[in-house]
Design a protein around this ligand. Sequence first.
Ligand SMILES: [Zn+2]
Length: 193
Amino acid sequence: MLAFRCIVCHERFDFASGETAVVLSHIAYGYDFVHDRHESIALGWIFVDPEYDRPEFSHDPLRARVLDIARPAGWAAVMPESAERVDAGYFVRLEALRLWALVEYRDGSRYLEGLVRDPEWESEPGGAEFSEGERGPRDAVDYASPSERTDPVRSAQWGAIVHARYRGEHTPSSRHVPLLHFPRDAARAARTA
Ligand SMILES: [Zn+2]
């Protein structure tokens, strides 16, 4: 499982004690996460680059914070293949998740989302990616459980979604995975109810 740390102090988040991780979007790359108490420090960093020279991090317009994380348990993101591969009849590839994140959106809704982080970018700012991204044509179409990875019926369904996307048709956003992986969160919600 991926080490999930604050980009400022490099400490883990103590989700069990109610700490949460603020989601930050990197100006050039992916995402990172920060303690509430370190948020203003990260937002003050400047990305020194001839092309940018502007703040390195900003808030994500969609995702506010991560409330908890869980082991990926063999699940994978179902990613669309490149146009060339689709033309050749290969529609999706599976990318192993590094962890599950319980994400609170700015509208208060909560989703379980898969997170990936290339080992090469493990310690680099902006190295994390939400597989579902902005739910665009290049983002994940679904998640595959360990038993679904080699299921021909599921493969055909995923292929149909990618095919429809390439034709510009409306396709469902990623599957909403139930939040059952998070007994801690359920306990917290019960306490505050
Ligand atoms: Zn911190």
